[in-house]
Design a protein around this ligand. Structure first.
Ligand SMILES: [Mg+2]
Length: 241
């Protein structure tokens, strides 16, 4: 007889990195706030933020996600908003702001190392993050968490096709995978569509690209306030074992 409860059990846990394991978006927002101050005499802060966001969206196809592309978009925004009046010193400051972001010390979110250590005893853990390869690998290295992961994947996009390809390549049945992250569009919706479980752990600020209107209505959707609650959720999902 086929035991469907056993079939439905989670056997792989995949985790997002930025704003799920460590702080990231708050740093982007602090830097954007500083850009608005630099451009104070040219435009109101809200206009600077809107224009920067438009440029980032337009540039993503060329630069991908990450700090280097963000820095170039800040320079482009500064030149356009100031109608070419931005000074070389101010552009230099923007470049230094980008470099400072790349060099910032790693700050893990509460409960992350203990929870990963606990989960890694029972499950293969995958790290699935999107962004600039060099920046992402530097952060993984600095985090000291790499040893907990069986697989580390830096992808261009987090959509149904990329998750499907990645899971298939590693021989993982999506129905038995649980993806954990802070973005509904990037971490949750694709895995739900593939038949797996999605665990949303909100971060206190959300990148403009990752905003969503509502939470999914799906029995395989879960929401936690902290990663430390993940082992208990897995016990519950896998039938208390
Ligand atoms: Mg994230």
């Amino acid at each position: 007889m086929i035991d469907v409860t056993v079939d439905a059990k989670i056997d792989v846990i995949a985790l997002d990195a930025d704003d799920t394991l460590w702080h990231s978006e708050s740093r982007f927002q602090e830097t954007q706030a500083r850009l608005s101050e630099i451009l104070d005499r040219h435009a109101p802060h809200a206009q600077v933020q809107d224009h920067l966001h438009e440029l980032e969206v337009r540039n993503i196809k060329l630069f991908g996600f990450g700090i280097k592309g963000f820095t170039l978009s800040m320079i482009e925004a500064a030149i356009e908003i100031s109608k070419g009046e931005i000074t070389a010193d101010e552009i230099h400051e923007i470049v230094m702001m980008g470099k400072a972001m790349l060099e910032m010390p790693m700050e893990l979110l509460n409960g992350v190392p203990e929870t990963l250590a606990e989960l890694a005893q029972n499950f293969p853990l995958f790290l699935i993050t999107k962004g600039d390869h060099m920046d992402q690998y530097n952060k993984i290295e600095k985090s000291g968490l790499a040893d907990h992961f069986k697989e580390i994947e830096v992808v261009m996009n987090k959509d149904v096709a990329s998750y499907g390809e990645l899971l298939t390549r590693h021989g993982v049945d999506p129905a038995k995978a649980m993806m954990v992250g802070n973005s509904i569009p990037s971490d949750i919706l694709p895995i739900l569509e593939l038949g797996g479980h999605g665990v949303y752990i909100p971060y206190h600020v959300t990148a403009s690209f990752e905003r969503h209107e509502s939470e999914p209505d799906n029995p395989r959707y879960h929401r936690l306030s902290n990663i430390a609650a993940l082992p208990a959720l897995l016990k519950e999902t896998n039938g208390g074992t």
